[in-house]
Design a protein. Structure first.
Length: 95
């Protein structure tokens, strides 16, 4: 997975973010994946396909970028939707 370019930069805690490096998704372990699923369920409740949830996308992005979860909540809606699709597709696509 490559760099995710934001259509609208996000400023968080005095730092401007124009892109996110999601390459760490490739390195997640099964245990880390399970933890992300449990955390998304804790926040949102049970979901039939948690990988498609915005919360799961934000948690996964926070994990692999090292940035706080709240950074992603400040994204524009279009960027948030694109991020959700990108991360969901990473986990659900059949290679």
């Amino acid at each position: 997975m490559e760099i995710f370019e934001l259509k609208r930069p996000v400023t968080f805690e005095g730092h401007k973010f124009e892109q996110l490096d999601l390459s760490g998704l490739e390195d997640l372990t099964g245990e880390e994946y399970a933890t992300l699923l449990k955390e998304a369920e804790r926040i949102d409740g049970a979901d039939m396909v948690p990988e498609k949830s915005l919360t799961f996308a934000f948690l996964a992005a926070a994990k692999v970028t090292g940035q706080p979860f709240d950074l992603f909540k400040g994204m524009g809606a279009k960027d948030a939707a694109r991020l959700r699709y990108k991360i969901g597709s990473f986990f659900l696509a059949e290679d």
